[in-house]
Design a binder for this molecule. Structure first.
Ligand code: 5GP
Ligand code: MG
Length: 468
């Protein structure tokens, strides 16, 4: 599949006042969803302006650039770092000029038939400026807006052409739309302020802007947010959804409620179920901060083993997961996390993390714990073994990078030098999430995909477009 893979964060605002201070804060709230680039497109009364670039939100939108944002409607984006996909060209929002005005798009997810679509439109003589799947959505949208003169009809038509994962915020002239794919892979919600309405990837934005939560954008729904009403067009309903379980396991903030489930509580449930499924005799439970904290707490609560801080995390170190080579990733882990000796020395330790992908983090941490004097090191993981790539926007791309590919749990335990290793089961994870298994995307742990992916097995027989 071409193009950068990205799970990102999106927002959209339609207010009766300047959006600048609101959109800036909203983007900072969802900064964890993407640190590579940030941007805002806004309607300035005459046309759409875009301010974007590489870096964190407060770097890209420095005082001068923030002051240049003056408009009552706009959309914003933070883009997730993935190895080898840097570059301003792919940063978002993307905007185009059409016969009927300008439009801009911010996208979270991955379009799974992007290659196919790109090829077919290239053959028709279209040209693309980027290798991004988001550009394909934008070009289709501008084409259909010109033929239908009705944004909602245009969006619906584009939805019938594209497959895969997309939570979108769209600015068409001064109108702001939110769209979620029919499977509801990634989240999107609507909030209300006294100044108007907004859309955001995560509900934590609602709290921090001191707004009111209105609703999640449902799977397949298109929402328009004028300042005084929320219009929800009839959703494209499939018989099942495919919410990405990794949003709750790792990606979203603990204080966000996605589709009715608070991330923190789900993680705590995961930890409790994990303690039941993979019990261990030990003296202390320590989480891998920050992503493993709530899972660890649940484990401690259920097992009755005391919960303590076992690692100090340096907040100022960049994400290690995305560093390009193994040596750098390992060095990154020890720069980021250091054991607290008094918690560890002479004790049997259970270390709890949210997930193992390559195994880099845990192998390094187990070594550190031994060096700090741990008597035993037991590893417990809040996500079943990751064995299949994600085509829907999470940076887990190839089978050969997964430590669980062709290895048993015991072999992985040996590799990370743990005294024991336990993963939550798929059934346990589903129970912790409180959805029916059929309504979740579990492809990375089952290898069964909710949409048709060439060369992969899928859980539905029909194609998405047969539902429209
Ligand atoms: P590993 O070191 O096994 O390759 O990755 C697992 C660690 O990276 C866990 O601590 C987990 O919190 C984090 N992680 C898992 N998936 C992702 C991801 O998609 N992006 C980033 N940045 N970190 C991840
Ligand atoms: Mg982590």
């Amino acid at each position: 599949m071409s193009g950068p893979k990205h799970s990102c964060g999106v927002v959209g605002f339609a207010l009766n006042t300047n959006i600048a201070p609101f959109i800036y804060r909203a983007l900072r709230v969802i900064q964890h969803r993407g640190q590579e680039s940030a941007g805002v497109s806004f309607y300035d009364g005459e046309g759409i302006q875009t301010v974007k670039g590489s870096g964190l939100v407060h770097e890209v939108l420095d005082a001068e650039r923030l002051a240049s944002i003056e408009g009552k409607s706009g959309i914003g984006h933070v883009r997730y770092s993935t190895a080898g996909s840097k570059g301003d060209l792919n940063s978002q929002p993307m905007s185009v000029a059409t016969l009927h005005g300008q439009m801009a798009l911010a996208h979270n997810g991955d379009i799974t038939n992007a290659d196919e679509l790109r090829r077919s439109y290239l053959q028709k003589g279209w040209a693309f400026l980027t290798d991004s799947d988001s550009e394909i959505i934008l070009r289709l949208l501008s084409r259909d807006s010109s033929s239908y003169h009705d944004p909602i009809r245009a969006i619906k038509n584009v939805m019938s052409i594209i497959d895969g994962a997309y939570s979108l915020t769209i600015l068409i002239g001064d109108r702001v739309f939110g769209v979620r794919d029919p499977y509801g892979f990634h989240p999107l919600c609507v909030g209300r302020l006294s100044e108007g309405y907004f859309l955001a990837s995560e509900s934590a934005v609602v709290d921090i802007l001191q707004g009111e939560f209105v609703c999640d954008v449902g799977p397949g729904e298109i929402v328009e947010i004028p300042p005084d009403s929320v219009k929800i067009s009839p959703p494209h309903k499939l018989s099942n959804t495919a919410h990405c379980m990794f949003e709750w396991v790792y990606f979203a903030r603990p204080d966000s409620v996605l589709d009715g489930r608070e991330t923190y509580q789900v993680r705590r449930n995961i930890g409790k179920i994990l303690a039941k499924e993979c019990p261990v005799d030990a003296d202390v439970v320590i989480p891998v901060p920050d992503s493993g904290r709530a899972h660890g707490l649940g484990f401690a609560e259920e097992s009755g083993i005391s919960y303590e801080e076992g690692f100090m995390k340096n907040r100022h170190v960049e994400r290690t997961f995305i560093l390009p080579d193994q040596k750098q990733r390992e060095a990154g882990v020890s720069l980021k996390l250091n054991p607290i000796r008094s918690t560890i020395q002479g004790r049997r330790v259970v270390v709890v993390d949210d997930s193992i992908v390559r195994g880099t983090t845990l192998r390094k941490l187990v070594q550190m714990l031994r060096k700090a004097g741990a008597k035993e090191v037991h590893v417990r993981i809040g996500c079943p073994p990751i064995i299949s790539p994600c085509y829907y926007g999470v940076d887990m791309k190839s089978r050969d990078q997964f430590v669980a590919t062709n290895r048993s749990v015991d072999e992985i335990a040996d590799l990370i030098t743990a005294d024991s290793l336990g993963y939550i089961s798929i059934k346990g994870l589903v129970e912790a999430l409180g959805f029916s298994e059929q309504d979740l995307c579990l492809a990375c742990v089952t290898g069964r995909y909710p949409t048709v992916i060439a060369g992969e097995s899928h859980r539905f027989q029909r194609r998405l477009d047969s539902d429209f």
